[in-house]
Design a protein around this ligand. Structure first.
Ligand code: GDP
Length: 375
């Protein structure tokens, strides 16, 4: 059985972690919703592996908002006024409190793999995640992956520049791979912001659960953590995930194609142009899992991008579903985010210069303090 560490950092990370715990619970037999924090129902978390979840935040209210995550799994890092969206403050707070966080991780035992979920752009998650990966890697050999949520582009200059610096730090550090999900790309889910967040979080949570299952499953044809590591080490250190579940009878080739199409992906990319390596896992009743169709689709993809691992999970009576982990050799969408970030940094600098000029003007006014006009 795999030992998995799943950390949610900051508000976005906490909420997605809570969504994972919710879905892990809802697929169990005998399920009762745990809203209202009735802890006895938490024992119904139905993970295939030994999954330890930890939520970390400087904002106590974000932690209190969680409904499906045990209280003992929520770590509050006390900092009087939070960190705002200031990553410099966030990094200082992490440095001060890192022993507390690392102790909480050590207490959970040993792990085969860790995933850290966070937004790229806020304060806490964005500033805690790169140094947390670094600290974990200092004393452990298991791979650590970051699942990073990119901001809506209209959320403002501070979030954009945070995202750019955070991703740069993660890529330059010892993180074993970055899985991207993009709020901007997924916002077509619609509804108000909260509904969009809930929809996006649920999408991400389902994919993550499927992935964890497939790394620790007795499949007909096996993929495992070793394959996942190989896939994630390809490309430019960046990856995304595609997924599709049929709602009615459908050939498996269409399910695979949908999982790789814009409607299935968490990040905007042309799979066949930007893909590096991939791992495709198919699940469903045996009658849907035509090996010929699966092989044809996998060959199409491997012909375009290189190596593709495939795994098949037979689940009697279930409609077919497909999950694809795809590393990227390039990411045009990320390049345009960086262009936006450069403009954002320029705008923030201009604003600072203007404030400086205003201060100089104020000091000119002060030079006549105590004087009177002479006529
Ligand atoms: P932190 O608590 O300081 O780490 O900051 P947040 O996690 O709130 O980061 C702000 C970014 O996260 C913004 O880009 C938000 O759009 C995004 N965000 C906040 N909450 C959620 C959520 O529940 N789901 C998703 N997908 N994004 C979120």
């Amino acid at each position: 059985m795999l030992n998995v560490l799943l950390i949610g950092n900051g508000q976005c990370g906490n909420r997605i972690l809570d969504a994972v715990n919710k879905h892990a619970m809802n697929r169990g037999s005998n399920v009762k919703e745990a809203g209202g924090g009735i802890s006895k129902y938490f024992s119904k978390h139905n993970y295939q592996s030994n999954v330890q979840t930890i939520a970390i935040n400087t904002a106590i209210n974000d932690l209190k908002e969680m409904k499906f995550t045990k209280a003992k799994d929520r770590i509050h890092i006390k900092n009087l006024h939070g960190v705002g969206a200031n990553r410099n403050i966030g990094k200082e707070v992490f440095e001060t409190h890192k022993a507390h966080i690392l102790r909480a991780i050590e207490e959970r035992g040993s792990f085969d793999v860790a995933f850290i979920v966070t937004s790229a752009s806020g304060g806490t998650g964005s500033s805690f995640t790169p140094p947390l990966v670094e600290e974990i890697k200092k004393s452990h050999n298991f791979p650590v992956y970051a699942l990073v949520i990119l901001p809506f582009r209209e959320e403002g200059t501070l979030y954009l520049q945070n995202a750019a610096f955070m991703l740069k730090e993660l890529r330059e550090g010892p993180c074993d791979g970055i899985i991207l999900a993009d709020n901007q790309y997924l916002k077509s889910i619609g509804g108000n912001v909260q509904e969009a967040y809930d929809g996006i979080n649920s999408m991400i949570a389902k994919r993550l659960l499927f992935l964890l299952d497939s790394l620790d499953s007795e499949m007909m044809m096996v993929t495992d953590l070793g394959d996942f590591k190989t896939v994630m080490s390809g490309g430019a250190g960046l990856a995304t995930v595609g997924y599709f579940k049929a709602e009615n009878e459908m050939p498996i080739r269409t399910v695979i194609q949908n999982s790789l199409s814009p409607r299935g992906l968490l990040f905007s990319t042309d799979v066949y142009k930007e893909g590096g390596r991939a791992m495709i896992i198919l699940k469903g009743d045996k009658k849907y899992l035509s090996m010929e169709e699966i092989s044809n689709e996998v060959e199409k993809l491997s012909g375009a991008i290189g190596h593709v691992f495939k795994g098949v999970i037979v689940e009697n009576g279930s409609l077919p579903e497909a999950l694809c982990v795809l590393t990227l050799n390039s990411a045009e969408e990320l390049e345009s985010l960086y262009e936006g970030a450069i403009q954002a940094i320029g705008m923030e600098k201009d604003k600072k210069d203007r404030v400086k000029k205003k201060k100089e003007m104020e000091s000119s006014f002060m030079t006549i303090d105590g004087m009177d006009p002479e006529y």
